[in-house]
Design a protein around this ligand. Structure first.
Ligand code: ADP
Ligand code: MG
Length: 729
């Protein structure tokens, strides 16, 4: 029992105290402590959190269907009267509830297993709407575990015709989330402040916040769902664009980068090092990079180019320019502080340094080999920094980096970015094959005094709208052209009954002197998977490929072993390389021109395209066979893969098939997560929000106008910390 309040003290708060947005959910009627505790798992703590927890989709609950409209596999909702309620236990001992409904044009059965508490909720004569997937069971349509709306019940006073389905977390059922949202909508007196000034709402036909919130949770029609979603999607993207702009401006204001001036002489000197002339696209992109690096602001450029388009050459061009540029001491404040240290007996002027980071060690080693080849006799010192180097060796390399003598450092991302790796004059960082590199990592990379220029390269082409939304503060260059003589890889789909024929075809090509890959999927490269890979190797070596020299490379091998295998493959001592997807990214052995992808259905589209890129490197037409488990089950991914070799087209397909989150890896990448916006579905809103945000930013870059103060606050709250924009207030 509570002690009664001492005389003279104000009464303690109780239930009818007005609720505000900041009221904890447990204090809202109909929520309570037990539910509130669950809701924490969804990071829902206050009434406002619940209001801003948007539905993921909606179910038609209008009850407008008739039995005659039912189709297997199509969601339906139907109204009817309960005519019988039967609860029994199945032969297997499971409670089973069967409710029979008399509907407008016939009877429908609803069944629930293992939900004995449902029994009490039905009685003959009740009118309900049930919604779910109808299935024909004998002569009658049956709905398994349908959602139910009791007509004229107090359960859901605001139940509308469209039932919101919320994103959930483990152990937090739909009903609990719904109860919290409904309670917040019903009992909270105030509303979140409107982010947009009234004239903007009117001009953009955006629903005002109150109406939008009501409609997004309890929509009155499909068109209101669309209108409410549009408002929040627009707001989310508009805010993100502004945040990225602010971030970028801050970068440019607060961060200085070395000026790298590539004059005509340096340009031709660098290009002369390559055994081929640059393609027009490569020349154009080199020009864009040169223009960026000429400014004393850090370059922030994303280079997109399909597999094989020659991104590495562009990166090397930029790195050589940096490594050839002497460090200017006069502009350096630290030099000015100590004027007495002038005139060191510098035989070699100190130059800027460049680093290239690869996602795998294999790729880092390959870049190293390329650089060594190109730079033979140039006097530029190149160092490789990867895992597993002896401590002494590592120490020596770190010292070369720190002293500034290592002009170019090649490594894996973790190492080059690591705590201990310090450069003396880092002028450029290239991040290769990185579609998992977002704004946030770049933000960390760029902290400190003078910053390097940054070039991010990706072979997973991101449609422009997406790139703008996710990498809004990056400039984008595109290598939209392959080096001359490239031919699209001829791609076949190989069903089980064509497999023998495929191997015969491979053998013929191999006998003509080609080299090739056989790729097997591996998720975790566990012992079991490796065992199955070994048995595949054995089966090939004793079967279809017995006439050829086989090699094996997988992710669990020691980097040195991997490198050794790759070297002998490159040297032609191995005809066919059996590999897991470690070869997916970037590996470049131009004379390998035939590839077999086993279990192709278990790869993603982007991955398949990357894999195929391995055999599109030389003048000989590449051939790729995608082996699938069954001939008839048509996997749309495989269809798309066989049909086109255009990486951009495939990227869009991939988006359609998988959703943008996975493609750009927003989750893992530190790229901004979006709550509501679906970058593909909402691409027109993406473009509109971006345009409007840029326009506002041009007029009022700090959002200082009073009418935008609320939006500014929201942006800082959502993005401020991550993007280093400062805190609210
Ligand atoms: P990616 O863009 O996939 O990283 P790479 O940079 O690995 O492509 O280049 C693929 C292959 O094309 C390499 O063997 C490279 O030497 C070659 N290459 C690059 N640019 C040209 C060019 N302009 N002309 C001819 N070959 C080129
Ligand atoms: Mg590459």
């Amino acid at each position: 029992m509570d002690a009664s309040p001492a005389a003279g003290q104000p009464p303690s708060p109780h239930a009818d105290r007005p609720r505000s947005l900041s009221t904890p959910l447990e204090r809202l009627p109909g929520v309570g402590t037990a539910r509130a505790e669950k809701l924490v798992r969804l990071e829902l703590v206050t009434a406002s959190d619940a209001l801003m927890h948007f539905p993921r989709e909606y179910r038609d609950f209008s009850g407008a269907h008739a039995v005659a409209d039912f189709r297997e596999g199509e969601h339906a909702s139907i109204a009817g009267e309960v005519t019988s309620v039967a609860a029994r236990t199945t032969a297997g001992g499971r409670p089973l509830l069967t409710v029979l409904l008399a509907c407008r044009d016939g009877n429908v059965r609803a069944v629930w297993f293992n939900m004995p508490f449902m029994n009490r909720r039905f009685a003959a004569g009740m009118r309900v709407v049930i919604a779910g997937m109808p299935k024909k069971s004998g002569l009658i349509w049956e709905l398994n575990h349908p959602e139910v709306r009791w007509l004229s019940s107090e359960e859901q006073p605001h139940a509308s015709d469209w039932l919101a389905i919320y994103p959930l977390a483990e152990g937090v059922p739909q009903a609990v989330v719904r109860a919290a949202v409904q309670a917040a909508l019903t009992h909270v007196a105030d509303l979140p402040a409107e982010a947009f000034p009234p004239d903007v709402l009117a001009a953009k036909s955006l629903l005002p916040i109150g109406e939008a919130l009501r409609e997004i949770h309890c929509p009155s029609s499909q068109s209101m769902i669309d209108a409410a979603r549009r408002r929040f999607v627009y707001q989310e993207l508009f805010m993100l664009q502004l945040a990225l702009r602010m971030h970028r401006e801050r970068q440019q204001r607060d961060h200085a980068a070395p000026t790298i001036d590539i004059d005509a002489r340096l340009d031709s000197r660098i290009r002369a090092r390559f055994p081929f002339p640059f393609t027009p696209a490569q020349r154009r992109v080199c020009g864009e990079i040169a223009a960026d690096m000429r400014c004393p602001r850090p370059m922030n450029r994303l280079l997109q180019g399909d597999v094989g388009s020659g991104k590495t050459a562009v990166a090397i061009y930029a790195m050589l320019a940096v490594a050839a540029t002497p460090v200017k001491m006069d502009g350096d404040p630290s030099a000015r502080e100590e004027p007495t240290t002038a005139a060191k007996p510098a035989e070699k002027p100190l130059r800027h340094q460049a680093a290239i980071m690869a996602p795998t060690e294999l790729l880092a080693r390959q870049h190293m080999a390329t650089l060594e080849r190109l730079l033979a006799g140039s006097g530029v010192e190149v160092q490789l920094l990867v895992g597993g180097q002896p401590a002494k060796e590592r120490k020596r390399i770190l010292a070369r980096m720190q002293s500034g003598e290592a002009g170019i450092v090649v490594g894996t991302q973790a190492l080059v970015c690591g705590e201990t790796a310090k450069f003396r004059n880092l002028g450029l960082v290239v991040i290769d094959e990185q579609h998992r590199f977002g704004v946030l990592q770049r933000a960390t990379l760029q902290q400190g005094g003078t910053d390097p220029h940054v070039l991010v390269m990706t072979a997973t082409p991101i449609p422009r709208t997406i790139a703008h939304a996710v990498y809004g503060d990056l400039d984008v260059s595109v290598l939209d052209e392959q080096p001359p003589g490239r031919q699209p890889v001829r791609t076949y789909r190989v069903g089980p009954e064509q497999l023998d024929q495929w191997w015969q075809f491979c053998c013929k090509k191999l006998a003509e002197g080609r080299q090739g890959y056989v790729v097997v999927p591996a998720v975790d490269e566990s012992k079991r998977e490796l065992a199955s890979i070994s048995s595949t190797l054995e089966a090939l070596a004793n079967g279809p490929l017995e006439a050829f020299r086989l090699g094996l490379v997988h992710g669990r091998m020691k980097p040195k072993e991997k490198a050794a295998i790759m070297d002998s493959f490159r040297a032609g001592e191995i005809d066919v390389l059996l590999a897991t997807s470690v070869i997916e990214v970037g590996i470049d052995v131009p004379q390998a021109t035939i590839m077999t992808i086993l279990d192709a259905d278990s790869f993603g589209l982007a991955q398949l395209h990357q894999l195929r890129g391995r055999v599109a490197r030389g003048p000989t037409q590449g051939i790729c066979g995608a082996v699938t488990a069954s001939a008839d089950s048509s996997v749309p991914r495989i269809e798309a893969f066989v049909a086109t070799t255009d990486g951009f087209a495939l990227a869009e397909q991939d988006l359609l098939l998988r959703g943008p989150g996975e493609l750009v890896g927003t989750r893992q990448s530190g790229a901004p997560p979006l709550y509501l916006a679906d970058l593909l579905r909402d691409s027109s809103v993406v473009a509109e929000a971006r345009r409007d945000a840029l326009e506002l930013f041009a007029r009022d870059p700090s959002l200082s106008a009073p009418s935008w103060s609320r939006l500014r606050e929201l942006i800082l709250k959502r993005w401020g910390e991550q993007l280093g924009l400062g805190k609210v207030g």
